[in-house]
Design a protein around this ligand. Structure first.
Ligand SMILES: Cc1cc2nc3c(=O)[nH]c(=O)nc-3n(C[C@H](O)[C@H](O)[C@H](O)COP(=O)(O)OP(=O)(O)OC[C@H]3O[C@@H](n4cnc5c(N)ncnc54)[C@H](O)[C@@H]3O)c2cc1C
Length: 384
């Protein structure tokens, strides 16, 4: 009965941000609050590893975990779909009934929307979720050489580096199989340069990596439609034997309908505290939109979802304990960039720097690749 009077913190979404938020909240608040994680899926797959799975270097079971570790930590886990957020009533609607909250953390991620582009779902592959990455792995295994198109359908998308890593890992895969000489890889993006948010130095570095592998780079390409054997961009069509297209992303529907959403359907937040416009409601990770000084948005990346979750867990704890001082998210982030051939580069920077983010690029090497593997293992052991 005592539990009924405890403050209840509800975390929506058990991805990267939600996992960190729920774990840290329970660690900090212990028996002083109920922490509930609401996640529709029974299992979680570590997204960065999908790129290795695509080229046959991971099995689904080695990068997928269930949520039993959260129960052991004392986090209540509800495997249900969230269908609505009623901030006036401090209540979340789910397919199994309402869940009331005193504090809410919204971490529902970004949804993929392949249906927005005619022909995309029917004729192309992508590595952005587990079933799709498995289909792409099978298509690559059956590929005997020819024209490969790697494209980004639209902005924004998760992980600025991932499509470029995809192109370079496919390059390495074809080299290993003796198929690179008989193949052509062309990369298309609506961006003016790779990783535009990280500035021209980072962009030119990645473009140089593509060029050194003989991967054609086509910036400012607007994808209109896909037909069998041909991707249609405005003013140009790209023939293919295999097309890998990162699908359009959209905000989860439940957010678009919640009153938390801003222009474009993403959630505007205070970039330091991650507070939304609703009282006691915070949002972190891919479902937020955080404008930067350079006019672009903070990238949708796990590293930021993680950092934001730490800050929100700390601030909710402080508020429950009556401490009015708030911790601040500082916009720092680090990201590995897998380049194939057992090497990775690293981008590290301050994305809240003014007037533009300051990002350092470390050249690809075996040590960063080893660090990326260590990070994967750390994540799967530490947080799940
Ligand atoms: C191929 C690939 C490679 C990547 N590589 C990197 C990398 O190297 N570094 C990096 O920093 N980032 C990387 N990312 C990006 C990173 O995975 C995301 O930015 C990160 O997962 C965002 O965390 P999040 O908590 O905001 O959302 P997510 O991790 O997507 O979690 C959202 C959760 O909400 C759940 N959910 C959604 N709607 C509902 C609902 N209605 N009801 C209940 N549950 C719901 C989902 O099932 C999901 O578990 C990569 C992404 C991809 C696809």
């Amino acid at each position: 009965m005592a539990e009924i009077n405890l403050p209840r913190v509800v975390v929506l979404g058990g991805g990267i941000g939600g996992q960190v938020a729920a774990t840290r909240l329970k660690q900090k608040l212990r028996t002083d609050a109920r922490v509930t994680l609401v996640e529709r899926s029974a299992t979680f797959t570590f997204a960065p590893s999908l790129l290795w799975l695509m080229v046959g270097k991971r099995q689904p079971r080695t990068i997928t975990r269930d949520y039993s570790g959260f129960l052991k930590r004392g986090v209540e886990v509800a495997h249900v779909s969230v269908t609505g957020i009623d901030t006036a009533a401090s209540e979340v609607q789910t397919e199994s009934g309402p869940i009331g909250y005193d504090y809410l953390v919204v971490a529902l991620g970004a949804s993929l929307d392949p249906g927005r582009i005619p022909g995309l779902a029917e004729h192309t592959f992508h590595p952005y979720d587990l079933p799709s990455a498995e289909r792409l792995r099978d298509a690559l295994a059956a590929f005997r050489g020819g024209k490969v198109v790697v494209a980004i359908a639209s902005m924004p998308y998760k992980c600025p580096a991932a499509p470029y890593e995809t192109a370079m890992l496919i390059d390495g895969f074809l080299r290993d199989r003796g198929l690179r000489e008989s193949s052509q890889i062309e990369m298309y993006t609506p961006e003016p340069l790779p990783l535009p948010v990280a500035g021209p130095f980072a962009g030119h570095s990645v473009a140089a990596e593509l060029a050194s592998r003989g991967i054609g780079f086509h910036p400012r390409a607007t994808l209109e439609a896909v037909q069998p054997g041909s991707v249609q961009f405005t003013g140009e069509s790209a023939p293919f034997d295999l097309a890998v297209v990162i699908p359009p992303h959209r905000p989860p529907e439940v957010i678009a309908n919640s009153g938390l959403a801003g222009p474009g359907g993403w959630i505007p937040v205070d970039r330091s505290t991650l507070r939304t416009r609703a009282s006691n409601v915070y949002a972190i990770g891919d479902n937020t939109a955080i404008p930067l000084e350079n006019g672009l948005l903070l990238p949708k990346a796990g590293v930021f979802a993680h950092g934001e979750a730490e800050v929100v867990a700390e601030n909710i704890t402080r508020r429950i304990r009556g401490d009015l001082l708030e911790a601040a998210f500082d916009g720092h982030g680090t990201c590995f960039l897998e380049t194939g051939g057992g090497k990775s580069g690293l981008a590290r920077g301050d994305f809240f720097a003014s007037p533009v983010p300051t990002v350092a690029m470390h050249r690809p090497g075996r040590a960063w690749h080893a660090a990326k593997i260590a990070f994967e293992q750390y994540w799967l052991r530490r947080w799940l």
